[in-house]
Design a protein around this ligand. Structure first.
Ligand SMILES: C[S@@+](CC[C@H](N)C(=O)[O-])C[C@H]1O[C@@H](n2cnc3c(N)ncnc32)[C@H](O)[C@@H]1O
Length: 154
């Protein structure tokens, strides 16, 4: 994302685990890219409070990677309640023609329920303004990851 938006754009990242933010930060060695990155040790549910008001309605893309941190504490997972709050915030921040992508993992405890809640959230969006697509990594495999793509039409 940084490579797409630098040097004029900005990427905001959220995680409730400091270690996840640090490993993201460590991967960005190019100072030009680093200057375009803001990481928040906060829940993604707070994204509309944390982003400057001037950016509201101008965000081109919001990407969610749900579940737990690979190699980290598997008990720290995204949870439906805050995920749904974050999705609603993302839909308010999105620019015309913007996109929200959500990778969800039904294979871990609580993951299937979260995945279903995400599907329901996508399905209740105003179809005049948004369209969504669901892509299963392995169709027929209920535990395989899912990609939801939500496009704001205008
Ligand atoms: C699959 S990992 C994704 C890590 C990294 N963002 C990536 O894409 O490689 C899911 C992450 O969600 C984080 N998480 C859990 N609840 C969260 C919340 N309410 N807000 C933001 N991040 C959360 C976990 O700490 C974990 O690092």
């Amino acid at each position: 994302m940084l490579q797409k938006v630098a040097p004029k754009g900005r990427v905001y990242g959220f995680d409730i685990q400091q270690s996840a933010l640090e490993s993201a930060q460590d991967r960005i060695t190019n100072p030009i890219l680093r200057n375009c990155l803001t990481l928040f040790h906060r829940s993604h549910a707070e994204m509309d409070e944390m982003l400057p008001q001037a950016r509201h309605g101008l965000v081109s893309a919001v990407m969610f990677n749900l579940g737990y941190l690979p190699g980290g504490d598997k008990s720290v997972i995204t949870r439906s309640e805050s995920t749904l709050a974050a999705l609603s915030a993302a839909s308010r921040l999105l620019s015309p023609k913007g996109i929200i992508t959500i990778v969800a993992y039904p294979g871990h405890a609580g993951g299937a329920q979260e995945c279903e809640q995400v599907r329901q959230w996508c399905a209740q969006l105003d179809s005049g303004r948004f369209e969504f697509e669901l892509i299963a990594a392995k169709p027929g495999d209920q535990s395989a990851p899912r990609l939801f793509a939500v496009n704001r039409k205008f």
